[in-house]
Design a protein around this ligand. Structure first.
Ligand code: GLU
Length: 443
C-alpha cells in the first residue's frame, strides 16, 4: 500500500508552499489508493506550540485534505532512543564536545583555506580519557552520525533523474543535542521506516537531507522510501515563503477571500504544463494527477492569477457548495444563481443580498425617464422574462435604446453602476421596491 506523509513542524503557520506539498502528497495518495499521514515533527519542544498544531489541522481541513492517521514525534521518543542506541553500539553515532564558537572558528579557517566547510571528525580522535576529562569539566556531548564513505544516489520521482550526493561533501549530521533532544533527521528516518512510508514528497530544500537519510536508513538496516523533491515556490518579488515570516499564510489567504478549491486548483497545476482550471470538488484534481508532470523550474505564485481563478471558480459553484458560508440564512438558489457570475469573492454576495432585499437609495440620472418607466412595470408574478418585457415597453414608449435605456434603470433599481444581469435581479427586487426606486424613493 502506498503511504505518504505530510510532516510539518508545528512552529508556525502553514504557508502557500506547505499547502502545495500537503496537496501533492494528498493527491498522490488518492490517485494510488494509498494512505495520507499527518505527522507533526515536534521534537523541538521550545518552538513547537499546541496552537500551531491546531492551526495546521484547521488549515488542512479548510483545504479539504483529510488525513488517515495523525502522529506526533514527541510521543515516539523511545523509538528514536532505541535507534540512537543501536547506532552508538555500531560506532555510527559518536559524541562531540565542540562549542558553537569552536565550530564556527573551524568553519572560518576551512573557508579561508578554500576547503569545504565539512566537519573534520576531530571528536572521533578523542580517547576515553579525553572524554572523561571533558565530562568532568561539565561538558555534555552532542552526537553526530558517522556518514558512510562515497556517494548515495536515488531516482527522484519529481525530478525525473538520478540525484547523487557525495557524502564526503556533507558534515556528519548532529542527531542529538547536548540536552538529549533529537533534531529532525533521525526521528524522520525512524518514522518513515516504522510507518511504512513508501514515498517522501517534499520541498527541494531537503535534497541533501535525503542523501543523509538514505545512509541513515541503511545504518538502521532498512530500505529507504522513494523520494520526490519539488521546486520551492517564490512570490512575485522572487522571495521564498517561510513559516517564520508568516508570509502568505493560509489563514491570510483565507481571510482574503480565496476559496480553498481555488488554492488547490492553482497549486495542483503550478509548475506543471497544465493551466489551472476552476473545479467544483477536489476529486477533479485526482484524475490525471501525475507527480512526474512538475518541472524543475522555480514556480512563482501569481496573486492576480489566483484572484482571477477565484472569480471564475465562484461563477460556477453550486448553491449547495456555498449555502452554509454565505452568512445569509434566507438566501435561496435563485439569489445565488443570479449573482454568482458577478463575484470576485464569496463575501461580495452579501452586499447584493442587501441591494435586493433591504432599502436602497436609488441613484436617479433622469427623473422624468425613470418615473415614466415606473408606470410601465408589468404586473406580478415576475420571472426572468420580466426584465425584457419591461425594457421593451420602455423602449417602445421612449425611443431609447442601448446604454441610454439600460443604465438609468439599473442605477435607479440597484443604486449601482454595474452588477449581475438585471433579468435575474428584477424578480428578486420585486414590484413594490422596483416601483418606489424608479420614482426616486428609498425602498
Ligand atoms: N518537518 C520537516 C519540515 O517541515 C519535514 C521534512 C520532510 O518532509 O521530511 O521541513
Amino acid at each position: 500500500m502506498i503511504k505518504v506523509r505530510f510532516a510539518p513542524s508545528p512552529t508556525g503557520f502553514l504557508h502557500v508552499g506547505n499547502a502545495r506539498v500537503a496537496l501533492i502528497n494528498w493527491l498522490f495518495a488518492k490517485v494510488k489508493g494509498g494512505h495520507f499521514i499527518l505527522r507533526f515533527d515536534d521534537t523541538d519542544v521550545e518552538r513547537s506550540k499546541p496552537e500551531y498544531v491546531e492551526a495546521i489541522r484547521r488549515d488542512l481541513a479548510w483545504l479539504g485534505l483529510g488525513w488517515d492517521v495523525e502522529e506526533f514525534q514527541s510521543a515516539r521518543l523511545q523509538r528514536y532512543q532505541a535507534a540512537a542506541e543501536k547506532l552508538k553500539a555500531d560506532g555510527r553515532l559518536y559524541p562531540c564536545y565542540e562549542t558553537p564558537e569552536e565550530l564556527e572558528f573551524k568553519r572560518k579557517l576551512q573557508l579561508s583555506r578554500r576547503q569545504p566547510p565539512v566537519y573534520d571528525r576531530a571528536a572521533l580522535k578523542l580517547s576515553d580519557t579525553d572524554r572523561a576529562k571533558l565530562a568532568s569539566e561539565g561538558r555534555r556531548p552532542h552526537w553526530r552520525f558517522k556518514l558512510s564513505e562515497g556517494r548515495v544516489s536515488w531516482n527522484d520521482q519529481a525530478r525525473h533523474h538520478d540525484i547523487t550526493i557525495d557524502l564526503s561533501s556533507v558534515s556528519d549530521p548532529v542527531l542529538l543535542r547536548e540536552d538529549g533532544s533529537f533534531l529532525y533527521t533521525l526521528p524522520s528516518v525512524v518514522d518513515d521506516i516504522e510507518m511504512g512510508i513508501t514515498h517522501v514528497i517534499r520541498g527541494e530544500d531537503h535534497i541533501t537531507n535525503a542523501g543523509v537519510q538514505i545512509d541513515l536508513a541503511a545504518a538502521l538496516g532498512a530500505a529507504p522510501p522513494a523520494y520526490a523533491h519539488l521546486s520551492l515556490l517564490i512570490d512575485a518579488s522572487g522571495k521564498g515563503f517561510s513559516k517564520r515570516e508568516g508570509s502568505a499564510s493560509l489563514q491570510e489567504i483565507r481571510e482574503n477571500g480565496i476559496e480553498a478549491l481555488t488554492l488547490c486548483a492553482y497549486l495542483a497545476r503550478l509548475g506543471s504544463p497544465h493551466a489551472p482550471e476552476p473545479i467544483s470538488c477536489l476529486d477533479e484534481l485526482v484524475k490525471g494527477f501525475d507527480l512526474a508532470s512538475f518541472s524543475h523550474a522555480t514556480p512563482h505564485v501569481d496573486v492576480a492569477e489566483v484572484n482571477r481563478l477565484n472569480a471564475r471558480l465562484l461563477h460556477h459553484l453550486s448553491f449547495g457548495a456555498v449555502k452554509d458560508r454565505l452568512g445569509l440564512a434566507e438566501a435561496d438558489e435563485a439569489f445565488w444563481l443570479g449573482i454568482r457570475g458577478n463575484l470576485q469573492k464569496l463575501s461580495d454576495a452579501k452586499p447584493w443580498w442587501d441591494i435586493l432585499h433591504r432599502p436602497v437609495t436609488p441613484v436617479i440620472e433622469d427623473a422624468g425617464f425613470t418615473e415614466a418607466a415606473a408606470d410601465l412595470l408589468p404586473g406580478e408574478p415576475w420571472d426572468e422574462t420580466t426584465w425584457s418585457a419591461f425594457t421593451n415597453a420602455v423602449k417602445a414608449a421612449t425611443g431609447r435604446s442601448g446604454k441610454a435605456l439600460f443604465h438609468p434603470l439599473r442605477l435607479a433599481l440597484t443604486g449601482q453602476e454595474q452588477g449581475p444581469e438585471m433579468k435575474s435581479l428584477l424578480p428578486q427586487i420585486g414590484r413594490r421596491r422596483a416601483l418606489a426606486r424608479l420614482k426616486g424613493e428609498t425602498a
